[in-house]
Design a binder for this molecule. Sequence first.
Ligand code: SAM
Length: 271
Amino acid sequence: MPSDAENSLLEYHPQQYGDDPTSIRDTDKYTDEYVRGFVEKWDELIDWDQRMESEGNFFIEELRKRGVRKVLDVATGTGFHSVRLIEAGFEVVSADGSPYMLAKAFENGRRRGHVLRTIQADWRWLNRDVTGRFDAVICLGNSFTHLFSDRDRRKALAEFYSALKHDGVLVIDQRNYDSILDHGFDSKHQYYYCGDQVSARPEHMDDGLARFCYQFPDGSTYHLNMFPLRKQYTIDLMRQVGFQRVDTYGDFQETYHEADPDFFVHVAEKC
Ligand code: SAM
């Protein structure tokens, strides 16, 4: 067993992708991509005030209009949406597979006067660790992209589906990978949902991998290896696991030109 001192050193270890980073296409990888140093930097990356401004009340209104009260945030990260929804009056359970993310979310919640109900859970086995049924499951911040196989994506969606009440709603967002794969990356997309001090850009793209590099003003650099989900594929998967209706917004708008939005938001209803 490592001692506490050894553990804290381990927590701050650098990200490790080995000699051939683009060969790493593995769902389990997220657990050591979100190393403590990156998690500490995450709020600098997403800039809560700027993000609040850019998304406005979109999620709150989508949930309210469906009469949602109980929400399961399955990709809590540092707690941005969990905190926003608690402050908007929803009852929220905050889950994530990364203990470092959850610890940071708890700390962020405390600083704003909330006690987050956190549960460490991997989406593939969500209902083993999370009990109860929810009016809504949210998986935001381009998180679903961390699943690298079709099987894992189906498994996770099936777990989200069964965590919902009979008339529940699932909200998933994703980067507009179609646009990057088909037309290349445009630097105007560089700062979406990021603080303007941090750059996020793809370092490698192919049909099976989007490897992004995040550069911070202090010179530190982190990476994420993600699966480039095509929009229609995600919609088809949601329908195939049983969601009856899927509405997709482009940068929070109902109408858009396919290549324009940075992000898509899918709102999937069970009935
Ligand atoms: N939603 C937050 C936000 O918008 O800032 C966090 C987004 S971050 C890109 C992705 C989150 O998904 C991380 O906190 C990561 O730990 C979590 N995650 C990725 N794959 C997961 C899995 N298989 N099970 C549970 N959590 C996972």
